[in-house]
Design a binder for this molecule. Structure first.
Ligand code: OSB
Ligand code: MG
Length: 371
């Protein structure tokens, strides 16, 4: 049965993060993003979220480019084609190159609508089987080691199953020595957001001493060749993030030996359908995957949780509770991690309702597109 799309609304929201998030490239303090609402004209509404930041430091997309792509290219494609299943959306969008975050925002709303129309949870629609998922937490760079140790202590009080620390040259070995001294057994991983080059190989080798779960994206954002060279020289498993934008990217990286783990973010690969394809391929090849985060508000967070309920997501993701990011989230109930576990919702679709009062509070403007 066709999924009717009567109306698409882009709600532009602006929300301040509870605490600034600092990586090797800079600091995010505020997020402007779109909540996408798709109405089927039969009483069902699906929701998606755009995740690109205001500046293109992580990938090339920004809040403004995602708006342009949705408005001028992707929404007209959705309104002018009839689809029966959300898997068709990423195929329809192949006429538009890249711009995966814009595609993913719309595709996520179609997935939510599809699950709601079918009377199933998004997790079930995606083929997820877990009723609870393990939550990890990403801690940004801090102004001092004392502050970092304090943040780690808080994460442990909340039961997070693993901690991800951001590193860059000069803010790595000394920091990890100190953290390991206080937390000899804590599952720790690091993320460099491509701050190193192969010239740093000796330094990166030294990190083997800290028994890290993995090292995320140490080298260039668009590289898989140097990562293969690095992986051959170090014991710590390399996890690719920025380098993987498609199933084909994942296949090539695995064939080259560029990584032993992949961080799957639906937004980076163009949506949940491709995310699931990468998951399935990695399971077949024995490559571990986990679900990354983009400092999402509730809608994007709920979609990541549904995806993480698939069997192959074996490491805790960057999916902390709403309270870690926002004073007030835009969904009800908010996401809660209890003893490091998040219960996968069983209600229809994303399993959370939109808090329309909060939506109105954070809204800058809205645009509606009609069939
Ligand atoms: O907690 C989260 O949502 C993820 C934190 C994180 O590491 C991150 C946040 C924004 C952009 C890129 C990344 C990343 O995984 O590299
Ligand atoms: Mg990363």
């Amino acid at each position: 049965m066709t999924i009717p799309i009567q109306q698409i609304t882009l709600h532009h929201l602006s929300m301040g993060l509870k605490q600034p998030f600092t990586t090797s490239f800079g600091t995010v303090e505020n997020k402007d993003f779109y909540i996408i609402e798709i109405d089927d004209g039969q009483g069902n509404r699906g929701f998606g979220e755009s995740v690109a930041f205001t500046a293109p430091w992580y990938t090339e997309e920004t809040f403004t480019t995602t708006g342009h792509m949705m408005r001028d290219f992707l929404i007209p494609i959705l309104l002018n084609n009839s689809i029966k299943h959300p898997d068709e959306v990423s195929r329809l969008f192949t006429t538009i190159k890249r711009n995966n975050m814009a595609k993913s925002a719309l595709e996520g709303a179609v997935w939510d609508l599809y699950a709601k129309r079918g009377g199933v949870s998004l997790a079930e629609a995606l083929g997820g089987t877990k009723s609870k998922i393990e939550a990890g937490i990403a801690i940004g760079m801090q102004s001092s080691i004392a502050e970092l140790l304090h943040k780690i202590a808080l994460s442990q009080e909340n039961g997070y199953k693993r901690v991800k620390l951001k590193i860059k040259p000069g803010k790595d070995i000394d920091v990890l020595k100190e953290v390991r001294h206080h937390y000899p057994d804590l599952p720790i991983m690091v993320d460099a957001n491509s701050a190193y080059t192969l010239e740093d190989i000796a330094r990166l080798k030294e990190l083997d001493a800290f028994q890290l779960l993995m090292m995320e994206q140490p080298l260039a954002h668009d590289d898989i060749v140097d990562h293969a060279k690095l992986q051959a020289e170090i014991d710590t498993p390399i996890c690719l993030d920025e380098s993987i934008h498609s199933l084909e990217d994942a296949q090539k990286a695995i064939e080259l030996g560029s990584c032993r783990v992949i961080n799957i973010k639906p937004s980076r690969v163009g949506g949940l359908t491709v995310a699931k394809q990468i998951h399935d391929y990695c399971v077949e090849k024995g490559i571990a995957v986990w679900c990354g985060g983009m400092l999402e508000a509730g809608v994007g967070r709920a979609q990541n949780i549904a995806l993480s309920s698939l069997e192959g997501f074996r490491f805790p993701g960057d999916n902390a509770g709403s309270d870690n990011y926002w004073k007030k989230d835009i969904i009800l109930p908010k996401v809660v991690a209890q003893n490091g576990l998040i219960t996968v919702p069983t209600d229809h679709g994303i399993g959370h309702t939109i808090d329309f009062k909060a939506l109105a509070q954070f809204k800058v403007d809205e645009e509606t597109f009609i069939q």
